[in-house]
Design a protein around this ligand. Structure first.
Ligand SMILES: Cc1cc2nc3c(=O)[nH]c(=O)nc-3n(C[C@H](O)[C@H](O)[C@H](O)COP(=O)(O)O)c2cc1C
Ligand code: SF4
Ligand code: SF4
Length: 252
């Protein structure tokens, strides 16, 4: 077994680590941007794939990764894990349908409510106490799911036809344009001091350092990792101002 994930602010990383370690404590857990990932996946039959919901869809980087490695999935058994701030509909289904198309067997899916990660919007923000409670409930659900899975019973959240309709009409269709590809909308303000953190952490290598300034390219997968870590709060994407730098460690 191997756990693979995309995680911007740490929520999905935590959930994948927790589930995988409860199922097989020696299993590797690697981020999607790991340069060895395809070699690692080739050697494994069972894969836990985790990612955050973005507008009731899988992040473009995840869908792109699945498509670019289409030959890799035949015969693999995949469990899809999707984290969300509030509503995902068929967040797991979005990758599961693609994986199935490329020959994978879908073992099941889990959609887990976690703290919101959109640092430059107030919309879904909760206080730290509420976020800690959300994480506690998520942990409990993962523990219960792991026990079920050990007995051969996999949760199937987000994989049904009804979930597909909910995800599609509940949100995905209305925000279709936001998830159609990578975005060039990342903004970096003059507050940048050229520390290089954003450039180092970006899973897409989407930020270059040029004359002590960070310069975004046009291949952002909207993970919010750089925005959550910039010491100057100089980076924004969907909003105009950083409201809160969301990071999983704050809620442990
Ligand atoms: C661009 C973007 C879009 C999002 N869209 C949704 C959404 O449609 N529904 C939802 O419940 N949460 C949404 N979220 C919240 C994240 O899915 C959620 O906070 C997730 O747990 C973040 O995981 P991470 O820390 O692993 O990146 C969105 C977050 C981002 C950055
Ligand atoms: S993390 Fe912020 S301050 Fe540091 S280089 Fe990036 S944008 Fe500039
Ligand atoms: S530029 Fe920032 S938000 Fe975009 S993919 Fe890179 S780390 Fe994530």
């Amino acid at each position: 077994m191997v756990g693979i994930y995309l995680s911007g602010t740490g929520n999905t990383k935590h959930c994948v680590e927790k589930l995988v370690s409860m199922l097989e404590d020696t299993a590797k857990i690697v981020p999607l941007e790991n340069t060895q990932i395809t070699n690692i996946l080739e050697q494994q039959d069972v894969i836990i794939l985790g990612y955050p919901t973005q507008f009731s869809n899988a992040p473009f980087m995840v869908r792109d990764f699945i498509k670019r490695n289409a030959q890799l999935w035949r015969g693999k058994k995949v469990f899809c894990l999707n984290t969300m701030g509030l509503f995902s509909g068929d967040g797991t289904g979005c990758s599961a349908r693609l994986l199935k198309k490329y020959g994978a067997e879908i073992l099941g899916g889990m959609q887990i409510k976690m703290p919101d990660s959109v640092c430059d919007s107030k919309l879904l923000k909760k206080d730290i106490k509420q976020n800690r409670q959300i994480v506690k409930s998520a942990d409990k659900r993962i523990e219960q799911a792991a026990e079920q899975i050990k007995r051969g019973k996999y949760p199937k959240e987000g994989l049904s036809f009804i979930a597909h309709i909910k995800g599609l009409f509940g949100q995905r269709l209305w925000f279709y344009r936001k998830t159609i590809g990578y975005t060039d909308k990342l903004k970096i303000s003059d507050a940048c001091i050229g520390c290089g953190v954003c450039s180092k952490v970006c899973p897409m290598k989407n930020i270059e350092m040029n004359k002590n300034r960070a310069v975004p390219r046009e291949r952002c997968t909207m993970c919010y990792r750089c925005i959550s870590l910039c010491p100057q709060k100089a980076i924004t994407l969907l909003g105009e101002k950083v409201q809160e730098q969301c990071r999983f460690e704050k809620y442990e």
